[in-house]
Design a protein around this ligand. Structure first.
Ligand code: SAM
Length: 186
């Protein structure tokens, strides 16, 4: 069954999730992905969530507390700084949901410049056999620029070190969102 994209992405993530894993969400937004991940990594798991907007961090904190979760740390920072924030850490999974917060100002959106810096750091922070998941939204102006860039960037990753897969709808508009999975093999 082909589900709504968010449900499908969570279904795909389930294949990577294990009890006690360490996850970084570089764009927590309204906390929908955060709630799914915190619930599924278990009490011994740890979830770090970042967003550039304090409203996103506040909403996500309330959402996770109301869901009875405590295995998380949230910070209001720019994800282009993850190399400084987590210099000596490694993660089992790093997720990005690019674009803007649906309920807030569309002007505050992810950008190529910052996403590039962040993703290059994520390649260093992800452990061997870990996965970076990026949901891309080409349906708005900055999103299209970001989508063009990320496809070129991911096609050029060393295939001996990273496996990259794109999951997209074939019979919908070219501006439909899609998922990129980047697995680190060594
Ligand atoms: C599409 S939303 C994420 C939705 C989220 N995954 C959820 O489950 O609700 C994208 C988020 O990225 C955030 N963002 C944009 N640029 C950022 C940056 N440079 N660093 C961190 N977060 C950023 C926005 O504030 C927005 O909340």
């Amino acid at each position: 069954m082909i589900r709504q994209l968010t449900d499908f992405i969570h279904f795909i993530w389930s294949g990577y999730i294990f009890d006690g894993m360490r996850v970084l969400d570089a764009t927590v937004g309204n906390g929908q992905d955060a709630e799914f991940l915190c619930k599924n990594i278990g009490e011994k798991g740890s979830f770090d969530g970042i967003d550039i907007q304090s409203i996103a961090i506040d909403k996500t904190r309330v959402r996770l507390i109301e869901a009875g979760l405590s295995n998380f740390t949230l910070i209001c920072k720019d994800h282009s700084e993850i190399n400084y924030l987590y210099a000596s850490d490694t993660f089992d999974m790093i997720v990005y949901n690019l674009g803007y917060l649906p309920s807030e100002a569309k002007a505050i959106t992810t950008t190529v410049q910052k996403t590039e810096k962040s993703l290059n750091s994520a390649l260093q922070l992800i452990r061997v056999d870990g996965v970076i998941s990026v949901t891309v939204y080409p349906g708005h102006e900055e999103g299209r620029v970001e989508s063009d860039w990320i496809q070129k960037w991911s096609q050029n990753l060393n295939p001996k070190v990273f496996h990259v897969m794109k999951l997209s709808y074939l019979n919908q508009s070219e501006s439909s969102p899609y998922l990129l999975l980047i697995e680190r093999k060594k």
